[in-house]
Design a protein around this ligand. Structure first.
Ligand SMILES: Nc1ncnc2c1ncn2[C@@H]1O[C@H](COP(=O)(O)OP(=O)(O)O)[C@@H](O)[C@H]1O
Ligand SMILES: [Mg+2]
Length: 351
């Protein structure tokens, strides 16, 4: 996402800004001058320091087990010289405060922005496919996390832990109910997480379009929070799933005058327009990927289905109910998850 807004004010923000400046001063860069923020899960700050270095800083709150593990993964990565694909250079970190500083890639647009601007073409898709193939071709380094990913949330498929329940808003609860009472769907999601014949590789694990920072033919992949040894289909499915999700939500008819059938039909038409991008990504991936396993296409399609739920769960926060377009996205995700092989070609994953 491009720069969004000035960061807000308030005591917490000031305290966090001090943590950021303290790291930047320790690194010899000097404090940040004016600051802007990018979209993302975590707090971030971008701008020039007093010494003139353009930086991107993000903070992962270290207070929770999952926060601490994420910080651990990022530090393990940045302490190594493992770089199968280009990523923004890390300038340093503070493990205690969870603040990490990177060089700012600018000027650049992220993949989502490029798509919104109508500038995401087949050449770009091909570049991204090759980049992801290179990542999947890499040998798993010994420090690579091989734990089970945060998503899909296997425990929550049975019942929501009290903490999650307490903090969930109405739209999230609606989505959880939809998942939990659907045995075929939960079984399909579960089987995604323990794929029998999958050859595991390094995977980015959260491959949304906005994680690609693009300037011309230069592409860098950001946000390595979820880097693990895992099923490469997860990354391919996320890329495909992004386009599927965009097609369904489209220029959201948020008022909800369109009926379910109409939303789905319109989404299918929109997806047909972007399918060549998925195919360009996939063919470039296959060209560069060494030894993809025989079942990769099926699992990738299934992950594209799961991705609809991934995006819905991320977006449902603070919403009072699911919109009709969101229920449609859930329905499409379900359909694909239940019969991934059947939909692979439709999704652009051509043989
Ligand atoms: N070094 C960087 N230079 C320019 N843009 C960046 C850089 N790192 C991240 N971004 C952009 O900011 C967004 C948010 O950063 P990210 O690391 O993904 O944070 P989060 O973990 O909160 O999602 C990314 O999606 C990307 O578009
Ligand atoms: Mg991100």
């Amino acid at each position: 996402m491009g720069p969004m807004a000035e960061t807000g004010s308030g005591d917490t923000n000031i305290a966090e800004q001090q943590l950021v400046d303290s790291l930047l001063v320790t690194l010899g860069l000097g404090a940040l001058g004016s600051v802007r923020a990018y979209g993302g899960r975590h707090r971030n700050w971008a701008g020039a320091t007093v010494s003139g270095t353009e930086v991107f800083v993000k903070r992962i709150a270290p207070g929770t087990p999952s926060g601490a593990r994420t910080i651990g993964r990022l530090i393990a990565l940045e302490s190594s010289d493992w770089a199968p694909v280009p990523r923004p250079r890390c300038l340093g970190w503070n493990a205690e405060t969870g603040v990490l500083a990177y060089e700012l890639v600018a000027p650049a647009r992220d993949g989502r922005r490029l798509a919104d601007d109508g500038d995401f073409d087949e050449a770009t898709a091909g570049r991204l496919g090759r980049l992801v193939a290179r990542l999947h071709n890499a040998t798993c380094p010994p420090w690579l996390d091989s734990s089970i990913p945060r998503l899909p949330p296997l425990d929550e498929l049975d019942a929501l832990p009290l903490e999650v329940y307490r903090n969930a808003c109405a739209a999230e609860l609606e989505l959880w109910r939809l998942l939990q009472r659907d045995e075929a769907l939960t079984a399909a999601i579960r089987s995604l997480c323990s794929p029998p014949g999958a050859a595991l590789t390094p995977v980015h694990g959260d491959l949304r379009l906005d994680q690609f920072v693009i300037s011309g033919s230069d592409v860098r992949l950001t946000d390595w929070d979820e880097l693990r040894r895992g099923d490469p289909a997860r990354d391919i499915g996320a890329f495909v799933g992004e386009w599927l999700f965009r097609s369904t939500l489209g220029i959201a008819d948020a008022g909800g005058t369109a009926g379910h059938e109409e939303i789905v039909a319109r989404g299918a038409t929109r997806f047909e327009e972007v399918r060549p991008l998925v195919t360009a990504f996939w063919l470039a991936y296959l060209e560069d990927r060494r030894e993809p396993d025989a079942d990769l296409v099926r699992r990738s399609a299934a992950f594209a289905g799961w991705h609809q739920f991934d995006r819905l769960l991320a977006g449902a926060e603070e919403q009072s109910r699911l919109l009709p377009v969101e229920r449609a996205a859930a329905g499409i995700g379900r359909t694909v998850l239940l019969a991934p092989r059947r939909f692979a070609t439709t999704l652009g994953l051509v043989a």
